[in-house]
Design a protein around this ligand. Structure first.
Ligand SMILES: *Cc1c(COP(=O)(O)O)cnc(C)c1O
Length: 394
């Protein structure tokens, strides 16, 4: 019997899933109920989450929640249409001004998410005949946005400035415009890009530097201003992109840049023009969260301090961010380690390819301001006694 199109579609999906399952690469959504203080409930069990990017626990902050509730009461739930169609809500202007101030930029544009920001910004600036240089560990959406632009893409080795220079020397002249992209803080490794040196190299080659500061805002740099502010003075990064969904606790993406660049992005970025604006509650929550950060700079230092307590307990180097990876290599070994920790009451999701390069599956621990020191100590003991010996034996 000839199969129908619907059957061949299902067969295709099933075969793909089975192949992924065989490599321990199938993914599943697990019902998890997040609460205050990095607590999560799964199957009725109370777990302490060490895998959330809510570094300042602002998604559960009372002032932030109140701001969202009040905005919903006043303005309703959805925003009705694209900001260019139904009008720009005053909350957007406030939010963009706060972000531009934080990043010491002239202007700011807010997008529906960080992913959409990168899918909109890069193709607005780059096209065929241009050159994009990307760190090999750049976030998936920076690479997707780069591909979508049609520009030539060259990948440099992670944080390898000699390689970046070599690629610029080899390819810069053949291109009209050139963009260098990198995570400011690398999402799966937790290390920082050398943004000051990158800014210098980019300037020498008339290349534009764009940093994705998704994991930097709120937790690194002077007063939690992010990866451009880790040195004595602000690094000259003309395109500071990031998300409001991590330390800021809400949702949405942003670009902080000059007025001309932001005006161009507002005019041309397809993910801004053809996508509905953020809900008022989300914009209001982000504003309240940024206000909280500005008035509590000491609190912004806590996630990195907590991460440091963990690495010190394990004799590992001090972290540059609240993200601490423990590379185990094998996907199955990683899933088993994660399951062991979950049994002990700690939620630490295993990270597998293609999120990370093949052979580098890992546990990714993230630390938040509200984590209990006793939990961190116990987690470190579990890792030292039950995971590290196995890793050494592999
Ligand atoms: C999470 C993340 C994004 C995507 O941001 P969303 O707002 O969640 O879409 C982009 N870049 C990096 C480096 C990230 O870690």
């Amino acid at each position: 019997m000839v199969k129908t199109a619907a059957q061949t579609l299902d067969d295709f999906a099933q075969a793909k899933l089975e192949a992924l399952e065989a490599q321990a690469l199938r993914r599943r959504l697990i019902e998890t109920d997040r609460r205050e203080g990095a607590i999560a409930f799964r199957d009725g069990r109370r777990l302490v989450s060490f895998c959330c990017n809510d570094y300042l626990n602002l998604s559960q902050n009372e002032e932030v929640k109140r701001a969202a509730i009040e905005a919903t009461g006043k303005y309703g739930v959805g925003s009705g249409a694209s900001r260019l169609v139904s009008g720009n809500h005053p909350l957007f202007r406030t939010l963009e001004t706060r972000l531009a101030d934080l990043k010491q930029a002239e202007d700011c544009v807010v997008f529906g998410s960080g992913y959409m920001a990168n899918m909109g910004i890069v193709p607005t600036l780059m096209r065929e005949g241009d050159l994009i240089l990307a760190d090999e560990l750049s976030h998936a959406c920076l690479l997707s946005g780069s591909k979508l632009s049609g520009a030539r893409i060259e990948i440099f080795r992670h944080n390898d400035m000699a390689h970046l220079r070599a690629l610029l020397d080899a390819h810069r002249n053949a291109a009209q415009h050139c963009l260098v992209v990198t995570d400011g803080i690398f999402s799966m490794d937790g290390d920082a890009a050398p943004v000051e040196e990158m800014a210098e190299i980019a300037a020498q080659h008339n290349a534009w530097l764009m940093t994705d500061d998704a994991h930097g805002i709120g937790v690194v740099g002077h007063e939690g201003r992010g990866s451009s502010f880790m040195g004595a003075t602000k690094a000259a990064v003309p395109l500071q992109m990031g998300t409001l969904s991590k330390a800021v606790g809400a949702y949405g993406g942003y670009l902080c840049a000059s007025k001309a660049v932001c005006d161009l992005v507002r005019t041309r970025a397809r993910t801004l023009i053809y996508s509905t604006g953020l809900p008022p509650a989300t914009a209001a929550a982000a504003i309240a969260a940024l206000d909280f950060m500005r008035t509590n700079p000491d609190y912004c230092r806590r996630p990195v301090e907590k991460a440091k307590a963990f690495t010190r307990a394990l004799g590992l180097p001090d972290p540059e961010s609240p993200i601490v990876p423990l590379i185990l290599g094998d996907a199955e070994v990683t899933l088993a380690a994660s399951a062991m920790l979950e049994k002990e009451g700690y939620l630490v999701t295993g990270i597998r390819p293609p999120t990370v390069p093949a052979g580098t599956a890992r546990l990714r621990f993230t630390f938040t301001a509200e984590h209990d020191d006793a939990d961190i100590a116990r987690l470190a003991t579990l890792v030292r006694e039950r995971i590290l010996p196995r890793r050494a034996a592999e």
